[in-house]
Design a binder for this molecule. Structure first.
Ligand SMILES: *[C@@H]1O[C@H](CO)[C@@H](O)[C@H](O)[C@H]1NC(C)=O
Ligand SMILES: *[C@@H]1O[C@H](CO)[C@@H](O)[C@H](O)[C@H]1NC(C)=O
Ligand SMILES: *[C@@H]1O[C@H](CO)[C@@H](O)[C@H](O)[C@H]1NC(C)=O
Ligand SMILES: *[C@@H]1O[C@H](CO)[C@@H](O)[C@H](O)[C@H]1NC(C)=O
Ligand SMILES: *[C@@H]1O[C@H](CO)[C@@H](O)[C@H](O)[C@H]1NC(C)=O
Ligand SMILES: *[C@@H]1O[C@H](CO)[C@@H](O)[C@H](O)[C@H]1NC(C)=O
Ligand SMILES: *[C@@H]1O[C@H](CO)[C@@H](O)[C@H](O)[C@H]1NC(C)=O
Ligand SMILES: *[C@@H]1O[C@H](CO)[C@@H](O)[C@H](O)[C@H]1NC(C)=O
Ligand SMILES: *[C@@H]1O[C@H](CO)[C@@H](O)[C@H](O)[C@H]1NC(C)=O
Length: 828
């Protein structure tokens, strides 16, 4: 008691705060250089600091008890103190907290309040508050966030006071001044709230429309109950979103850094662990695919598709083909808005579109919401963004920045207005979401975190950490026959794994009727998933020597390769010693069934052929150069080029060797190393292969497409040419290349293009691999009119030169001829 009196006395006397561990500034106590204010249990500290090597001094708040100085708030960010002038922070004028320099100039101050006996206090959550004697908060630092969002801080907007709470980046690590980036609620409209990361006025990323839901999921399976709760408040006068962490011993913060990234940090032992960063990848970018487009979460450049490819088409197909997504998509059948003639199609698992142009009602059933939307012709869609409530959101403009999330993700549904004509076709988008809350949501959490991170609500990512930690100990419980596969992301698992029963159902138990053909790796079946999606299933019962885990890892790895000109591997299924590969189904089968068939080849006019060649070139370039795994296909040939319904070529069977444990597989069958007729001399004779071997095969394929003749088995009587290459070479040297053109497309052909293509083909099949162009050269040659180099004479291999045994392994076509796939994959 006596000690306290003495302390008070000395404070009164010196009018200065000496004791470091105090949390309050009052009329009687001020703060100056070297002093700090410490929150009650010692979590946060307020004082003066200099960022990095900067000479400038600031008043700020940081964590007290950790080894790394981490500033979470800065008072005078735009007005630093330069040099060593002493500083004083005190309460003046009945409640204003003021920072002054040695000549009493105000450096910074809190806003005017009119109360006596006010004090300033640093609270344990990091909030510096100015309170009156009844503890009413008159001012608080939480209302003026800088670049850090702590638990309990709000983002949002107060419409009445025209005040907003948003994060704004520092200029740089060394300079807390107001930077270029902000993260906050949409500022200028009253649509349903969502957060956006902006650079000045331009949007960089957009968080999902606000929802309480993310934070209420049960995560008991991972041994930890909910550590976050989210509070989304949406009222007439204000909107705000905030997260809380119940376990106060967890140090967690979100920052908006000076180079446009939102980062989430968790203090683990001796350092900050970055638990999430965004944007992560191309699809995070705002509105990359434009109206009614959706971005694929995969790492492909060709990342945009229309929301529903049956009902929407690219507005500018040419641009779309060049990966120029600016036009977005439009409805195939325009809306007419005749009374009662229109309906809605439901798309599940979506990140809801930009809510900038929306109307909402916080208590309206989804049925009533639908009726509301139908009544107004400009209403394009409706949805309930928050499954914990009954909110109705109506969209009054084209839907922008939609993402289709992986199956089973459990994101919200959106109902999109459609002309009645469009109602019959089945939706492309995944089967209905399971109503089953609980366990399924765990996966949902893992998945959603990639996309919804941008919501404050999605602090769920921290759960990721817990989940992963726990998961390393306990085997995850994937359903049915599925196996665990470590070091792949849950997201991929979801997309890549099918249960055996699903596939058996889809193919009517692998019935003969569904069989498309028999290849070297096993039979191929056509199937249809419950939601109406057609698939092709390759059944590899015997050939793989790999364990199920490796197999799955490989397949998942390969399924990440996505390009418009590669057949999409949708996933796999492992069941006992059955291994199934699931591909998208290609209705037009393979290129060989067209070009080598008298009647079918009529369908391929010159332009189509040229487009096919360009498409194949782009697909190969992707495999060789652009994909994350460098892939040499080793078996480029007509029967491995599949055609979709628009006759776009898609390379198939790439990357398969990798999933097949390499050469052992083939040793089991026969000695086969490629397909006769397409093999480069160095590969056929010496077993040497490189990307240039693929270029060679491509060259042969070009000549086949132009001529409509197979290289192998090509014999012309008078000259006794034993293969197409010899024939082409002769015609070329005689200056009569045009004779080569397939008569079925001769009418539509464009002679200079024919001659150019033949020359490109010949350049690709030159004997010396170094002389051959690479695929990017090829694409340039195909796309320009520049002068081409003169090709050197190719080698005319005859069958006896080769050690190759023929073997049939066509993928989808029913085994036409001489096929087998061997693909080499080198990880980068
Ligand atoms: C400060 O950290 C140490 C070790 O990191 C811990 O033992 C101690 O309890 C902490 N003190 C406070 C007040 O949090
Ligand atoms: C205040 O501080 C500045 C910088 O340290 C110094 O140059 C100046 O002389 C000081 N003024 C007074 C009145 O102490
Ligand atoms: C004081 O209030 C104004 C507007 O009301 C605001 O722009 C300013 O940032 C506030 N300053 C502080 C230090 O709180
Ligand atoms: C401020 O506190 C003093 C002493 O506790 C008290 O006498 C005075 O009435 C208070 N002023 C107001 C406006 O409450
Ligand atoms: C919001 O609008 C206000 C004025 O209308 C502006 O000062 C502020 O910078 C805007 N904030 C963001 C994040 O765009
Ligand atoms: C911002 O965050 C990104 C992603 O974590 C990081 O790569 C970058 O270096 C950060 N920039 C700064 C200035 O800290
Ligand atoms: C549509 O039909 C309903 C009843 O069928 C009618 O009440 C309503 O006025 C009609 N609306 C328009 C725009 O024709
Ligand atoms: C929202 O819709 C409900 C049900 O139709 C209605 O009772 C309520 O008045 C609406 N609220 C607003 C703000 O329009
Ligand atoms: C349809 O909604 C728009 C946007 O809210 C509104 O401006 C328009 O008046 C509405 N039209 C009808 C017929 O209700």
């Amino acid at each position: 008691m006596e000690g306290v009196t003495i302390l008070l006395f000395s404070l009164l006397f010196l009018n200065k705060l000496y004791a470091a561990e105090l949390d309050t500034i009052s009329d009687l106590r001020f703060l100056t250089d070297g002093d700090t204010l410490v929150s009650a249990t010692g979590v946060f500290e307020l004082g003066f600091f200099q960022p990095g090597i900067s000479e400038n001094r600031y008043l700020g708040i940081w964590y007290k008890n950790i080894s790394v100085r981490t500033v979470v708030w800065v008072a005078n960010r735009n007005n630093p103190l330069i040099g060593g002038s002493p500083l004083v922070l005190k309460i003046v004028d009945q409640g204003i907290l003021r920072l002054t320099n040695n000549i009493s100039m105000t450096i910074w101050s809190s806003n005017k309040t009119t109360s006596e006996n006010t004090t300033a206090k640093l609270r344990d959550n990091g909030n510096l508050v100015v309170i009156d004697q009844h503890e009413n908060v008159l001012w608080q630092s939480f209302d003026y966030p800088t670049d850090t969002l702590l638990p309990g801080m709000k983002l949002g907007k107060d419409y009445l006071r025209n005040k907003e709470w948003c994060l704004s980046s520092w200029k740089s690590d060394q300079d807390p001044a107001l930077g270029e980036f902000t993260w906050g609620v949409e500022n200028d409209t009253r649509g349903y709230p969502q957060s956006k990361l902006k650079k000045g006025a331009s949007v960089i990323i957009r968080g999902a429309p606000w929802s309480n839901n993310q934070l209420t999921w049960d995560i008991d399976e991972f041994g930890k109950s909910t550590i976050f709760t989210s509070v989304v408040v949406i009222e007439e006068s204000s909107v705000s979103d905030m997260y809380n962490i119940e376990d106060k011993s967890i140090l967690f913060r979100i920052t908006l850094n000076s180079s446009e990234h939102l980062e989430q940090w968790l203090w683990v032992q001796n350092g900050w662990q970055n638990v999430l960063t965004s944007p992560v990848e191309a699809c995070d970018a705002y509105n990359i695919c434009n109206a009614y487009g959706t971005c694929s979460i995969k790492l492909s450049r060709d990342s945009c598709t229309c929301l529903d490819e049956k009902r929407f088409v690219p507005k500018n197909q040419k641009g779309w083909d060049r990966s120029d997504w600016s036009g977005g998509c439009i409805r195939r059948t325009p809306l007419e808005c005749k009374n009662g003639s229109e309906e809605f199609i439901k798309y599940s698992n979506v990140k809801l579109p930009d809510t900038k142009n929306t109307w909402f009602n916080m208590s309206m059933s989804i049925e009533e919401c639908g009726k509301r939307c139908l009544k107004n012709c400009s209403c394009m869609a409706y949805a309930n963004p928050d499954p914990t409530r009954s909110i109705c959101v109506l969209w009054f403009s084209d839907l922008l920045d939609i993402l289709l999330l992986p199956k089973g993700h459990g994101g919200p549904d959106i109902y999109v207005r459609m002309a009645s004509l469009e109602l019959q076709a089945p939706t492309e988008n995944s089967p209905p979401v399971s109503k089953n809350q609980g366990k399924a949501n765990i996966k949902m959490i893992l998945l959603v975190s990639f996309f919804a991170v941008l919501l404050i609500g999605s602090m769920i990512t921290i759960w990721l950490c817990y989940a992963r930690r726990k998961k390393n100990k306990a085997k995850p419980k994937w359903e049915g026959e599925l196996f665990s596969a470590s070091n792949i992301q849950e997201e991929d698992m979801e997309q890549a794994l099918f249960s055996f029963s699903t596939i058996a159902n889809a193919t009517s138990n692998f019935s003969l009727e569904n069989k498309l053909g028999e290849g070297g790796f096993g039979p191929v079946y056509k199937g249809m998933l419950e939601e109406g999606k057609e698939i092709a299933v390759k059944r590899l019962s015997k050939y793989s020597n790999q364990g199920p885990d490796e197999f799955q890892n490989e397949v998942i790895c390969i399924s990440k390769l996505q390009h418009r000109n590669l057949v999409k591997l949708l996933g796999c299924c492992v069941h006992g010693d059955e291994k199934l590969l699931i591909y998208e189904y290609m209705p037009n089968k393979s290129l060989d069934s067209f070009i080598f068939d008298k009647t079918q080849s009529m369908l391929l006019d010159w332009k189509t052929r040229f487009d096919i060649i360009k498409g194949i070139a782009r697909g190969l370039l992707y495999l060789h150069q652009d994909s994350r795994l460098r892939i040499i296909h080793r078996d480029v040939k007509a029967s491995n080029i599949l055609l979709d319904h628009d006759m776009n070529p898609k390379i198939s069977d790439f990357g398969l060797a990798r999933s097949f444990g390499g050469n052992e597989t083939y040793a089991n069958t026969q000695r086969v190393v490629g397909t006769y007729g397409y093999m480069s001399p160095e590969y056929a004779l010496d077993g040497l292969f490189s990307v240039k071997s693929d270029v060679y095969s491509f060259g042969v394929l070009v000549l086949e497409i132009v001529s409509g003749k197979r290289n192998r088995g090509f014999i012309t009587k008078p000259e006794n040419e034993i293969n197409l290459i010899k024939h082409v070479w002769r015609l070329y040297n005689e200056g009569s290349s045009l004779e080569l053109i397939d008569e079925t497309c001769a009418e539509s052909c464009h002679p200079p293009e024919v001659i150019r293509l033949i020359k490109v083909g010949l350049l690709c099949i030159q004997h010396n691999a170094d002389d051959r162009p690479n695929m990017s050269n090829v694409i340039m040659m195909l796309g320009s009119d520049g002068v081409l180099p003169e090709p050197k004479q190719p080698t005319f291999l005859i069958e006896n030169d080769l050690r190759v045994v023929n073997y049939s392994s066509s993928t989808f076509t029913g085994g036409s001829l001489n096929e087998l796939t061997i693909t080499e994959v080198n990880a980068r």
